[in-house]
Design a protein around this ligand. Sequence first.
Ligand code: GDP
Ligand code: GDP
Length: 439
Amino acid sequence: MSRKNIVAVVGRPNVGKSTLFNALAGSRIAIVQDTPGVTRDRIYQDVEWLNHSFTLIDTGGIEPDSKDIILSQMREQAQIAIDTADVILFMVDVKQGLTDSDSKVADMLRRSGKPVVLCVNKVDSYSRDSLDVYEFYNLGIGEPFPISAVNKLGIGDLLEEVVSHFSKDSTNDEEDDTTKIAIIGKPNVGKSSIINKLIGENRLIVSDIAGTTRDAIDTDVKYNGKKYTFIDTAGLRRKSKVKDELEHYMIVRTVGAVERADVAILVINAEDGVTEQDAKIAGIAHESGKAVIIAVNKWDLIEKDNHSVKEFTKNIRNTLAFMNYAEIIFISAQTGQRLVKLYEMIDIVSENHALRVSTGVLNEIMTQAVVMQQPPSDKGKILKLYYITQASVKPPTFVIFVNDKKLMHFSYTRYIENQIREAFGFKGTPLRFIIRERK
Ligand code: GDP
Ligand code: GDP
C-alpha cells in the first residue's frame, strides 16, 4: 500500500476551515478505535472519499488579533503546507471577498510549484454569490471551487479536484528499497542529536534540491549495505512565542513526517519520564498505523540500578497502553550507547510492518484459538468465526468473517490478536482487524 497523501488547508481565520473539517469528519471510516487516553484537537483528520484516503491537516494556528499578524501567520501556515503537503487547499471567503493577504499568500503558494486547489467558501446560494466567485480568478492560482461548508454543498467537486492531483504511481512505493524513519518527539529530547549520531559517516547525500523544500529535512544514509531515510521533525524550527501555536506546529509537522515514514521513532527524554506531550505525539504515530520504536534518550544522565529499565518500561507501558506493540530501547545520543542496536531494531520492526501471513496458517491459529477460549454469546446466540485472511500490509490488516458483528467483542478481537502475535511476533507494528458479517 502506498503512503497516504497529505492535504493541508491554508486560509485566514474565520473563512470556515474548521467547518469544512467537521463536514468531512462524517466520512471517516472507523476501522481503529479512537486512541484512548489521548486527547487531541481536530488538527488532522483522516478522510475516506470514493477510492481515496488522505490526511487533512488544518495549518491554521490560533486567532491573531491584528492584520499584520494575520499575514505573517498565514505565511507561516503556507510554508508548513508547502513543506509537508501533497496538495494545498487554499480557502477564501466569498462574503469577505478578496483580501490583500489572500493575494500575498496566493503568490507564495504559486511559486512553490505545489498543486493548489482554490476553494471559495460560504457560497450558500448559487444565484447571488456565484458572480462574486469569479473575482478569485485574480489570485492567479486557477479555477475557484465554490462550496458551502455549512450546507455541505460543492464538496464532492472540490474533493474530486483535490484527489486528481495525487500522484498516480502507487507502484513507486513498492519498488522503493529505502526504509523511511520519522524521528518524532517534543523539543529538546535529542532528535537532532540522534540523527546526527546515526548518520555519522554513513551519510549518502543531503537532499536539499531546490524546489523540494520538504526533502531538505530528509537525510539518506547507507548502513550495512541497506538504505535508510531519516525524516527530522526538528529540522525546521518555528519561531513563535505562543505556546499553543508551538504545539500546533509540532503536531502538524509530526503528522506530516509520520505519514511519509514506515517507522516512527518516538524519542522520550529519560530525565522527564513519559509526559502528556509525549502521549499526544505517540497518539499520532499510533493512529497512522506505522511501526513504532520508543527510544528513551539521555540514558547516560540517569543514575541506574538493576530496576531502572524495568521501572521505566513499566511506566511507558502504563502511560502509553494503547501502543503496547511498540519496541522500547534505552539509548544515549551523547555516548552512542545502543545506537547500533537501534538500526537492528528498525530493520526488524519494518520487516514486521510489511509481513504477510498465509491464509491457511492464519485459519489454523484462529480455529485453535476458538477451541481454547469460547467466543462470547448474547441471549443464546454464539459468535461464530468463519474465516480470517490478511487483506494488506503496512500495517498488517486482517479481515475476520463472522456470523454477527455485534457479538465480536473488542476483548475477543484482542484475544485473537494476541494469538496471532504469539505465533508470528509482529513486534513493533500495530495490527488492524476488520470484522465482516457473512450469512
Ligand atoms: P476557521 O477559523 O477558518 O476555522 O472558520 P470556522 O470554521 O470557525 O468558521 C467561521 C465562521 O464562519 C463560523 O461562524 C461558521 O459558522 C461560518 N461559516 C463556515 N462555513 C460557512 C458557510 O459555508 N456559509 C456561511 N454562511 N457561514 C459559514
Ligand atoms: P531536539 O530538539 O529533540 O532535536 O534535541 P537536540 O538534539 O537539539 O538536543 C537537545 C539537547 O540535549 C542538546 O543540548 C543535546 O546536546 C542534548 N542531548 C541530546 N541527546 C543527549 C544524550 O543522549 N545525553 C545527554 N546528556 N544529552 C543529550
